[in-house]
Design a protein around this ligand. Sequence first.
Ligand SMILES: NC(=O)C1=CN([C@@H]2O[C@H](COP(=O)(O)OP(=O)(O)OC[C@H]3O[C@@H](n4cnc5c(N)ncnc54)[C@H](OP(=O)(O)O)[C@@H]3O)[C@@H](O)[C@H]2O)C=CC1
Ligand SMILES: Nc1nc(=O)c2c([nH]1)NC[C@@H]1CN(c3ccc(C(=O)N[C@@H](CCC(=O)O)C(=O)O)cc3)C=[N+]21
Length: 291
Amino acid sequence: MPAQRLDGKALAATMRAEIAARVAARTAKGQRPPGLAAVLVGEDPASQTYVRNKHKACHDAGLASAVHTLPASTTQAGLLELVARLNADPAVHGILVQLPLPKQIDEGAVIRAVAPAKDVDCFHPENVGLLAAGFPRFYPCTPHGVLQLLSRNGIGTAGKEVVVVGRSNIVGKPLALMLMQKPTAASPAAGDATVTVAHTRTADLAAVCRRADVLVAAVGRAGVITPDMVKPGAAVVDVGTNSVNGKLVGDVHPDVGAVAGWLSPVPGGVGPMTITMLLYNTLSAAEQIDG
Ligand SMILES: NC(=O)C1=CN([C@@H]2O[C@H](COP(=O)(O)OP(=O)(O)OC[C@H]3O[C@@H](n4cnc5c(N)ncnc54)[C@H](OP(=O)(O)O)[C@@H]3O)[C@@H](O)[C@H]2O)C=CC1
Ligand SMILES: Nc1nc(=O)c2c([nH]1)NC[C@@H]1CN(c3ccc(C(=O)N[C@@H](CCC(=O)O)C(=O)O)cc3)C=[N+]21
């Protein structure tokens, strides 16, 4: 039997409708709409697509959204000046500086310049620390999207072996933290897992992956997860977005669909959930700032 589809596009639509209803209730009371400011430096086509998708998703859910586009030659001082302006703007509740940034810019300095209360990516060290300590202000968007995809499809992780392949600050590391912690009210079925994090120095990646009841690939290499690495019936979540001959593909080889119990597609899996969790965080920021 082929794997059941972990349909991120469908769940994203459901959750965006829930968010839109909460936003509408706030604006009906005369409150400002939650506002997102996205900052895009340079002209990377993939980044342009993501930022455009985020902008449209905000608009559709009743959030205010502005995209600030700066040339690739922007200086660090110029970018920090824009961030400072957005930090001080009461119509802006969430700030997202699209990564990666051009090489003349110190990414860490920019991440630390965003006001923690408006850091809807949850990249600022203060927010990463709060998450790690168990007092989250925001949940990082892609890991939160993965948890929602599991939880809302009835895939519990308590007591399960979960393997995360990838240890980046954006995906693998915070995802591992969230899976090992107690479940949250927002995703009650995800958490309490026995988590293993694999990376390029993992000795026997296939053997580690085969232990997984839930396997998450956040690698960035097309097709690295092959059927021999998957326990029959396992839930497999594909975070990867790789461009191969102009086509968007994940990290999971298509043949895994014959072995896995559940599989998230690319596109239409984690990507739309990431954007949905960005809207969720922008609403949450507005609630925390404006009440
Ligand atoms: N759908 C979405 O919303 C999002 C998708 N993505 C996508 O997810 C993927 C991962 O992104 P990100 O975490 O930022 O990427 P990074 O490049 O920062 O991290 C990749 C991780 O994978 C590990 N890795 C690389 N090759 C192998 C291998 N052959 N075997 C085992 N581990 C390996 C690396 O190990 P090491 O640390 O040892 O180098 C590293 O920890 C990308 O395709 C990205 O485009 C990212 C964010 C959001
Ligand atoms: N500050 C910052 N925050 C981010 O959240 C961030 C970032 N920088 N830099 C890049 C990564 C990547 N990322 C994606 C978002 C949406 C899709 C997405 O919606 N993908 C669609 C397809 C989109 C297409 O057609 O190309 C899908 O998978 O169905 C993918 C990837 C956010 N990131």
